[in-house]
Design a protein around this ligand. Structure first.
Ligand SMILES: Nc1ncnc2c1ncn2[C@@H]1O[C@H](COP(=O)(O)OP(=O)(O)OP(=O)(O)O)[C@@H](O)[C@H]1O
Ligand SMILES: [Mg+2]
Length: 276
């Protein structure tokens, strides 16, 4: 009798267990979403907070460097200039990290937008390369650039500069002090930028995932970084209607290939997709 009753209740108990599990899963998903939202919000606030003192520190260092440059006595001047130079490089690095964190939070929160305007890609690439000449000399890399002449395109100038900066930074960082070459070519409809190095290379299984957020294929003990540069680069290129991929052999170097449409593209909405 008791066994019969218990058998009768069995399906209800099973159903109850399923309902409870469903409710738990739903609550867990809500909690996780909330935790992710809080983390993203924290990143945005922390990055903004870091940015203010950093900008003021950079201004102070710049004016100190100028004052030293114009100081009359030669004695400790070069030693001080060297120290200020290191401090400027470190604050610049810190500023890039903070900007990357801000970019990532705007991408993950769907607020990322580009602002295309008429620009000359040759000018952009050559300017970035020349800005990196002292860093290339510091790490012992010969950095060269090749362009076909002016390449007019409708792009977000600052964002495309950021693409070049990220690719050249990586080429110098992972390039084992071998030559780095930036090459721009163009057809009527497309522009192609290739940044080639002769460094550590990338294993086949890592060539896709390195474009993901926080994804890295090197040991943190050997190379610093957050694994954000290529994630942001990929989003910028995608927002322009372009593509990026890498061709590489382990220990033989890498070539990052960016293709961008030159023709005017529609104004971009916050998600990076053309707005209606
Ligand atoms: N030129 C390159 N040669 C070899 N490996 C590379 C190269 N560029 C990128 N990688 C690999 O891809 C990973 C992701 O690159 P990404 O630029 O996104 O991050 P990161 O350089 O580690 O840090 P950061 O956020 O400072 O840029 C790197 O950690 C590295 O493993
Ligand atoms: Mg990088």
């Amino acid at each position: 009798m008791r066994g019969g009753r218990s058998r009768r209740w069995k399906p209800f108990r099973a159903l109850l267990r399923i309902r409870t599990a469903e409710r738990d899963a739903h609550e867990l998903a809500t909690e996780l979403r909330e935790a992710v939202r809080i983390r993203d919000e924290f990143l945005t606030i922390a990055a903004h907070e870091l940015k203010t003192p950093l900008t003021s520190l950079q201004l102070q260092l710049d004016s100190l460097a100028n004052a030293l440059e114009n100081a009359p006595s030669a004695g400790p001047k070069s030693m001080l200039l060297g120290k200020v130079d290191t401090a400027i490089r470190q604050t610049t690095r810190l500023a890039v990290l903070v900007d990357d964190l801000l970019d990532v939070s705007s991408i993950t929160q769907g607020r990322f937008a580009i602002h295309p305007e008429e620009a000359d890609l040759e000018r952009i690439v050559r300017d970035v390369v020349s800005r990196f000449s002292s860093e290339a000399a510091r790490v012992g890399c010969a950095l060269t650039v090749e362009t076909p002449g002016p390449v007019a395109a409708r792009v977000d100038r600052l964002r495309i500069e950021q693409v070049c900066e990220n690719l050249i930074t990586n080429a110098l960082k992972y390039g084992c002090a071998k030559p780095v070459h930036a090459q721009l070519t163009a057809t009527d409809s497309k522009a192609r930028l290739i940044v080639r190095d002769g460094g550590i290379g990338i294993a086949p299984e890592d060539r896709e995932r390195i474009f993901g957020r926080f994804e890295r294929a090197v040991s943190a003990n050997h190379y610093g970084g957050l694994g954000l540069g290529l994630f942001i680069t990929h989003r910028i290129v995608e927002a322009h209607g372009g593509t990026i991929h890498v061709e590489s052999e382990l220990l033989q170097g890498s070539a990052f290939v960016v293709e961008l449409p030159r023709a005017p593209i529609q104004a971009e909405g916050p998600s990076g997709k053309p707005s209606a």
